[in-house]
Design a protein around this ligand. Structure first.
Ligand code: TMP
Length: 202
């Protein structure tokens, strides 16, 4: 049986990554074999592409193609082998990020993204996606307390508003896959919610 593919999404500063690590520990404590990974990145080659994406100036077209090139390598080397072995894969961002950032945030046509998606990973979509939602202004305040901003983090609130709208369209198109979490809730409340949801399918 194939393992489960679970993704964590949200605008920069929404707090998803901390919860992904904790979720991984929950799975391990239930003796579920798990691989935690991220995008862009998650394989040697894709991690190198991540550096380019986060720090080098480039056109939207180049950005979109690099995101999917990195994804293809990540899928071939990390995600698919783990799923075939029966491991669960927890991935910090996946193709919903592309629809939200390159599509919503930067204005790439949805059909173009859909074409690349069906070419790079036909038939594969996450079994569950946790979307952390916070107001762009709150997320911006959280980000300034973190490390130096990269190409995406240094975008303004209007950009992140468009990214959030891109995510909202993804949820509307596939509501059963998504669990939308208010990222301003306490860590304890978010963990309770995640635990309850996990119990519903595990
Ligand atoms: P991270 O800081 O959550 O690891 O994500 C790195 C950045 O990459 C984040 O600002 C969003 C961006 N990104 C895209 O623009 N498109 C994508 O498809 C993915 C996976 C990430």
């Amino acid at each position: 049986m194939r393992g489960r593919f679970i993704t964590f999404e949200g605008i920069d500063g929404a707090g998803k990554s901390t919860h992904l690590d904790w979720f991984g520990e929950q799975l391990k404590s239930r003796s579920i074999p798990v691989v935690c990974t991220r995008e862009p990145g998650g394989s040697d080659l894709a991690e190198q592409v991540r550096e380019l994406l986060l720090h080098r100036p480039m056109s939207l077209e180049t950005e979109l193609l690099l995101v999917f090139a990195a994804r293809r390598d990540h899928l071939e080397r990390t995600i698919r082998p783990a799923l075939v072995r029966g491991q669960w894969v927890l991935c910090d961002r996946f193709t919903d990020s592309t629809y939200a950032y390159q599509g919503g945030g930067r204005g790439a046509p949805t059909e173009q993204i859909a074409t690349l998606e069906s070419w790079v990973h036909p038939g594969l979509k996450p079994d569950r996606t946790y979307l952390f939602h916070v107001d762009p202004a709150i997320a911006a305040a959280r980000r300034t307390q973190a490390r130096a901003a990269d190409r995406f983090e240094s975008e303004d609130d209007a950009f992140f508003g468009r990214v959030a709208a891109g995510y909202a369209r993804r949820v509307a198109a596939d509501p059963d896959r998504f669990v939308v979490i208010d990222g301003t809730m306490s860590v304890v409340a978010i963990r309770e919610l995640l635990e309850k949801d996990l119990a519903s399918y595990c």
